[in-house]
Design a binder for this molecule. Structure first.
Ligand SMILES: [Zn+2]
Length: 260
């Protein structure tokens, strides 16, 4: 086959695969349609493996106060995330960078450095809900799928040559996807979903504005997850303010029904 035929057949196979697999994917809260070529069980398996690798290389914090707060906040957010049935795990990791992550399958890590930026439980819940939102909205799988399409389209590989090739391609893309930074759109979406999740869990959504201001005030020491791919702090806070009336309404309902 010459290059253009190979490219064309690769694209046809991809379009077919996309049509079959991507039909039912949409993000929670926003309802945005998503191209996702990785099944949830596959993504969860990869998430679990990545989590175990990270924990093996890390020092797990023995600060009881940090662990208690992270677990309490995490359980409350997980319960309202739409996937309470996942095997949720929350671990505090000794690391000075103020960061956190959530992997497919409900595996969440919070760095001790985050406690320097998050001044209270509501602010801590802001970051944790943002991370949980990335996981529930399958943003990692979405990034992987975009990689698969780019690689498949350019090389005419995998999808055109049969399932074994496609599986290899998926595995290679998956390796990339789990460490790929999220897109700006995904970050904005995680902010939006996270704001709703924290409000549902009974945490004051107005704390999100304070938390991102704290990050902004830190200057150059901020982790990439919260700066490089994000819109400017000003426009981020503007967006949060736009979403605030809805989030506050949810917050009022959740706190009145639980008697907090
Ligand atoms: Zn993010």
């Amino acid at each position: 086959m010459n290059k253009s035929v190979r490219l064309a057949s690769g694209l046809v196979a991809i379009v077919l695969a996309v049509g079959v697999l991507a039909a039912c994917a949409s993000a929670p809260v926003t309802g945005r349609n998503q191209l996702i070529l990785v099944s949830e069980p596959e993504a969860q398996q990869m998430g679990l493996q990545a989590y175990q690798q990270i924990l093996e290389k890390s020092t797990i914090s023995d600060r009881q106060d940090y662990n208690r707060r992270v677990n309490t906040i995490g359980r409350r957010i997980a319960a309202v995330s739409g996937k309470p049935e996942l095997d949720w795990e929350f671990t505090v990791i000794e690391d000075d960078t103020p960061n956190a992550f959530a992997l497919p399958g409900g595996k969440v890590g919070v760095h001790t450095g985050l406690f320097k930026v998050a001044e209270n439980d509501d602010q801590l819940a802001t970051v944790m809900a943002h991370e949980v939102a990335h996981a529930i909205a399958r943003h990692g799988s979405e990034r992987m799928s975009q990689q698969m399409v780019v690689k498949g389209g350019l090389q005419g590989l995998g999808a055109a040559t049969g399932s074994a090739g496609a599986v290899q391609l998926a595995a290679a893309a998956a390796q990339l996807g789990i460490i790929l930074p999220y897109s700006r759109d995904q970050e904005a979406e995680a902010d939006q979903i996270g704001l709703i999740y924290m409000a549902r869990a009974g945490y004051d959504p107005r704390a999100a504005v304070d938390l991102w201001r704290n990050f902004d005030a830190m200057g150059g020491d901020r982790p990439a997850e919260f700066v490089s791919t994000h819109p400017s702090p000003g426009s981020r806070i503007e967006r949060l303010q736009e979403l605030m009336p809805e989030a506050l309404e949810i917050y009022k309902q959740s706190t009145s029904s639980t008697g907090q």
